[in-house]
Design a protein around this ligand. Sequence first.
Ligand code: GLP
Length: 240
Amino acid sequence: MNFLVCNTYEEVSQEAAKIFEAQLKAKPDSVLGLATGSTPLGLYRELIRAYQCGGVDFSRVTSINLDEYYPIEPTHEQSYRYFMDTNLFNHININKENTFVPNGKAADPAAESVAYDERVKRLGGIDLQLLGIGENGHIGFNEPSEQLHAGTHVEVLTESTRQANSRFFASLDEVPTHAITMGMTSILTARKIVLLACGKNKHDVVMAMLDDKITTSIPATLLKCHPDMTLLCDNAAFKG
Ligand code: GLP
């Protein structure tokens, strides 16, 4: 695992943007695995700025997002489809038809999950996967558990995740209880992974990433098995 500590959140965002820009220069038709949450917002702002300056072209990119609440309408302001559109896709020259987020209103979420994995396979896998990390070590919405799923599946959200994410909703009751999330296999088979962890509330999980143990009770620790994984964190997450 490559590990880089930056002084500030802005520097983490800039370093991450450099990795994305290099990826798109090397392979303009990359498949990008994208993530939501507050942490990637700075990176997305950097990428929009780079696009506006003519430094990066998304016209041949395909994106595939990690997860989506279930059930949720794509027009809901807290849906991850809405998040991606408003925070990135609407501001760059990506073809929206080539942007994929699990369908939060699928009538059959199990079938949607199978189809999502098929899509990743048809795309030839993910070239560069961006990840945030939950305070409890979840990746996407793969919650700590004795057993993790390999494939995309419906996940029951833990109370701690619903609490953490309730800051975006009017009340805890409004936070969905379920989500559709990519499983660990699609994530771990990405050719390159960048994990961002910022803020002192991520200190404990960053420490768990840096020790020698791998455990399904902190799903992010499985990423240590990946041959090309970079953890970028800020001083607050590193020092606590
Ligand atoms: C959500 C997402 C994760 C994300 C996590 C952390 O639960 N499903 O993909 O990593 O939030 O979010 P934040 O970056 O806001 O701390």
